[in-house]
Write a protein that binds this ligand. Structure first.
Ligand code: ADP
Ligand code: MG
Length: 701
């Protein structure tokens, strides 16, 4: 049995290692940078780089990499060795401050939305000292930002760091009003719960759709799915238990506080939640978690599926982005305290979040927009595509009292007594759970639940941080000159609650009445991801991001183009994969079976000496022949539709039109083709069917 505290963080160049290995003044200067987000002093970089290299090589590392987050939702890395020749066929291991701080790469193949023409392909990576370097597979990983030759951000981390600075600056202004002079930085924290599926590698390898697209494009439902709800929190199978144990261990070594694990609602679906961290660190850690889930799975003969909807008909996977805001002195600004009604500072921050979510619903929706997530949002397993907030009865009553100028009677904390003497009594949480709400208050944090399981959570947090920064700025501008802060703050809180009341919804977000009600309230309902992409460059949103220097208009336009382009590419790959599987595997397999049946029919007719001797075979042959012919036609139609949508993008550079064509003209044919193929799966014997079934994939791990 390994000693967990001993291995915890052993692969991370963390505070303890820095303290031990860096000269005092260097350590102090570096921690100052980490804490305040200030620029690193170049003179100390050489010392830090050398200490990092010594530490890493002692642990067997031979390479380093600037690890970054291009606009693809996965991470990128290019490995360089520490080796440096010194003549006489000898080498030394070297790593300079310059190499630590800045990397240059020919990065022309990363999405740039036209920001970086291929003739000007230079891209730079720059060290983010606020996220610790770590060792994985013999390489020292240095978290970095990624930008173009002209300094435009080509990644998700740069705007995230900018948004963290923005909210810190504005929130500090509010704190100063309330007399807090000790806090020097306001941090946003994030804990991202990650859902995923595990599948036996043997089955995975036989499914080209999983291999190319991450989801099954065909597959008839198994007799048993999630109806009995017996998988949620169920006992872990031995193989899965061993996987999770191994995964935890790898994450602990990387200093990631993997805390809870359990089975999810769908068969073979699971969840992992780490303890929260500062937002940029939490984003990095979530990406490492996703990668580690995949690599550890291989060791166990499994494959981890992070797609939002690997299987139709059973729940997909999301990511719960728990978000809060606190000071560097340890105060959680969303903590209501004993008496929320008299806690003006808390109410002001609460009002700021409510106003931010209402004003920037479109951006929040956009931040969860991927083609994969289109299968989930609004499908009775995830919040709808309409953004609303859940606050719980207690806060909602308080807000109603403030808006209506009535007395608020605190419910106080109720005690739960189960009437079983041996079970201790405990307190109710002040908010119940509402799994259907996209943005729910859960004590001292908000949980944004729309994000898809495969996504980088950076964009959601960029939006939340910047939107809240904006409202805090408006509040601070109004209140800084206040003669009587308490009275004016109270009036502002009331006004804000009143103006944004429509965004609060405590009811059932899955009900069919909600979209109608939401429409009456004037809330947005962008049903698919394609509907949301262009909001990125809406005037009010450009204003928001440029005002706080989070993203320039050029950067926003580039990102919008990438969203559309990515959508087109994803659907194009799915369509092509479907055509390929249909033509090369399914149609021939069905023909083969029909041939077998025909042979049997022939024999039967001979034995019975009558043409009626093979009624069953004839019925099946007729049915399958019809279906198979339809499958072939649909595959042809799909090919043509995809080609035409693709031409919009590749020849005409009409990105939005291309995405729309995939949505309107390609996806419906995909659905039709799937229906036909799934129907055939129900008729053809399993030994002939060329793909593993839903039952095998989800039940047999
Ligand atoms: P649940 O399933 O009830 O939502 P979990 O324990 O699975 O709860 O996940 C809760 C997540 O919220 C964890 O990642 C936790 O670290 C995170 N969290 C708790 N407090 C904060 C906070 N102040 N800021 C951000 N995240 C937080
Ligand atoms: Mg949760």
């Amino acid at each position: 049995m390994t000693n967990i505290p001993e291995i915890y963080g052993c692969m991370v160049f963390n505070d303890a290692v820095m303290r031990q290995r860096l000269p005092k003044d260097v350590y102090k200067s570096l921690t100052e940078t980490i804490k305040t987000g200030k620029m690193i002093d170049v003179s100390i970089a050489n010392v830090v780089a050398n200490a990092m290299k010594d530490w890493a090589t002692e642990k067997g590392a031979t390479h380093y990499t600037h690890w970054f987050q291009p606009l693809t939702s996965v991470t990128a890395e290019k490995h360089d060795s520490f080796i440096s020749p010194i003549g006489g066929d000898k080498v030394v291991m070297e790593f300079s401050g310059k190499e630590l701080i800045k990397g240059e790469s020919d990065a022309s193949s990363f999405p740039s939305g036209g920001l970086r023409e291929t003739c000007n392909a230079r891209g730079y990576t720059a060290w983010d000292p606020s996220s610790y370097a770590f060792i994985k597979d013999g390489t020292l990983y240095i978290p970095t930002v990624f930008c173009s030759y002209t300094g435009d951000a080509l990644d998700t981390k740069t705007p995230l760091l900018r948004s963290m600075d923005a909210i810190s600056e504005q929130a500090l202004r509010i704190l100063a009003l309330f007399g807090d002079t000790t806090a020097t930085r306001v941090n946003t924290s994030v804990g991202a719960e990650q859902e995923y599926f595990l599948i036996n590698k043997e089955y995975y390898d036989k499914r080209d759709d999983l291999l190319y697209t991450g989801r099954t494009l065909f597959g008839a439902p198994a007799p048993k799915g999630q109806q009995l709800e017996d998988h949620y929190y169920g006992h872990l199978k031995t193989k899965i238990g061993a996987y999770m144990e191994d995964l935890d261990r790898e994450l602990w070594k990387l200093g990631i506080n993997s805390k809870t694990k359990h089975n999810e609602v769908a068969p073979s679906q699971h969840e992992l939640a780490p303890i929260f961290a500062n937002t940029n660190v939490a984003v990095d850690q979530n990406l490492i978690i996703m990668e580690t889930m995949k690599t550890v799975a291989e060791r166990h003969g499994l494959v981890a599926l992070l797609h939002e909807k690997p299987y139709a008909g059973i729940n997909g996977s999301g990511k719960h982005n728990n978000w809060s805001i606190g000071t560097d002195t340890g105060k959680n600004l969303l903590s209501a305290g004993k008496n929320p009604a008299s806690n003006t500072q808390f109410l002001l921050f609460l009002a700021a979040v409510i106003a931010a979510v209402d004003d920037y619903q479109d951006l929040l929706r956009l931040s969860a927009a991927t083609p994969g997530n289109d299968h989930r949002l609004g499908a009775n397993e995830a919040p709808p595509a309409i953004v609303s907030m859940f606050l719980g009865d207690e806060l909602e009553e308080l807000i109603d009292a403030i808006v209506g100028d009535t007395d608020y009677l605190s419910r106080g904390k109720k005690t739960m007594d189960l009437g079983v003497p041996s079970v201790p009594t405990f307190r109710y949480d002040s908010t119940d759970r509402n799994r259907t709400s996209p943005f729910a208050f859960t004590g001292n944090k908000f949980e944004f639940r729309m994000v898809g399981s495969s996504q980088n959570i950076a964009m959601s947090n960029i939006v939340i941080n910047t939107a809240v920064a904006k409202v805090c700025k408006d509040f601070a501008d109004k209140l800084e000159g206040a003669a009587d802060l308490e009275t004016e703050a109270r009036a502002l809180i009331k006004e804000t609650f009143k103006a944004h009341h429509r965004i609060i919804f405590n009811g059932n977000g899955y009900s069919s009445a909600w979209p109608e009600e939401a429409e009456r309230r004037g809330l947005l309902n962008m049903r698919t991801s394609v509907d949301s992409f262009s909001c990125l460059t809406a005037e009010k949103n450009v204003k928001l991001f440029t005002e706080f220097g989070v993203m320039s208009e050029v950067e926003l336009r580039a990102r919008e183009e990438i969203y559309f382009e990515n959508y087109s590419k994803v659907i194009d790959i799915e369509a092509k994969t479907m055509v390929d599987i249909a033509n090369k595997k399914i149609i021939p397999a069905v023909e083969e079976y029909v041939g077998e049946l025909a042979e049997i029919a022939k024999n039967k007719m001979k034995i019975f000496e009558t043409n009626n001797g093979a009624v069953l075979e004839k019925t099946i042959i007729r049915k399958l022949s019809d279906l198979n012919a339809r499958a072939y036609d649909l595959a042809e139609k799909l090919k043509t539709a995809a080609m035409s949508a693709d031409r919009e993008r590749t020849h005409k550079k009409h990105y939005a039109e291309s995405a729309m064509a995939y949505k309107e003209n390609v996806r419906p044919i995909m659905t039709e083709l799937r229906q036909v193929v799934d129907e055939m799966e129900g008729i053809v014997p399993s030994k002939t069917w060329p793909l593993p079934s839903y039952g095998e994939m989800t039940m047999k791990q």
